[in-house]
Design a protein around this ligand. Sequence first.
Ligand SMILES: Cc1cc2nc3c(=O)[nH]c(=O)nc-3n(C[C@H](O)[C@H](O)[C@H](O)COP(=O)(O)O)c2cc1C
Length: 324
Amino acid sequence: MKTRITELFGIQHPIIQGGMHYVGFAEMAAAVSNAGGLGIITGLTQKTPELLAAEIARCHQMTDKPFGVNLTFLPIVNTPDYPGYIKAIIDGGIKIVETAGNNPQKYLPLLKEHGIKVIHKCTSVRHALKAQSIGCDAISVDGFECGGHPGEDDVPNFILLPRAAEELKIPFVASGGMADGRSLVAALALGADGMNMGTRFIATKEAPVHENVKQAILAASELDTRLILRPLRNTERVLNNDAVQRILEKEKRLGDKITFQDIIGEVAGVYPRIMKEGTMEAGAFSCGMVVGLIHDIPSVQELVDDIMKQAESIITQRLAGAIA
Ligand SMILES: Cc1cc2nc3c(=O)[nH]c(=O)nc-3n(C[C@H](O)[C@H](O)[C@H](O)COP(=O)(O)O)c2cc1C
């Protein structure tokens, strides 16, 4: 399939694996890129720029296809060494960066100077237009369904994507709620040039996470995610568990007076315990509503092949057949 996204990034299929904390290691990114999509290493999961450089080098050994690095600019207490991470990206020969969170403007000139294409993840049309105006090459439009940070506007993709299509000139992919060939065709129909998936890629053979995480995703339904941190205006969609219930109870009890310190035990430093050790009740972790559409653990190649086969069949048979 050829779209503006496959052309921009030099990939076979318009499928991107979004950056995921403690999931987006070299194994994940290489598997997606080898399957013809665009794999992305999560920059900040690597604790230092030197470790990111080593992870990039490891990924180069696993694939000769293009892959990217995610740089998330979120309100974190200790600001990471972004210039150091960007140097590791440039020196590592990376040509695609997925930015997310705060406006990446400060770092764009340097990235551009080195021929790096930037896809910025946004949860609103106004942020997407801003990203376009500062020179981003593409947008990942993240709807309210998404795992992770859906923003504060709560606009689902059935509205957000066509709104983005009305306004944006640069290519964009649909992110949030994407799982299969149906999602891809729907995304294209709504004006996107491809799709970005997070949660779906965790339930694959190659995803470098504990088996408990994959089984939890398989067991969950579309009713099993919750929104936390809304009173802090840093809303996150997570898989429900006891820790999430504790957070929600504190949010209810403390209202607007809640601070990060009140929930630190349930959110800080919990990713390695969940993703690596499989301690599912250790805290809150991002998960999309799309979890209700995930019923198997295929290899990444099987998943991508199935998506493309299903999308093609929907377009050429079901939809073409509906035209009388
Ligand atoms: C476990 C997990 C961790 C994530 N970590 C990050 C992250 O560190 N940075 C980021 O920009 N997005 C992160 N995301 C969001 C994904 O890149 C993607 O935008 C989102 O998962 C899309 O929604 P979906 O899960 O419905 O496919 C994360 C998502 C999940 C499920």
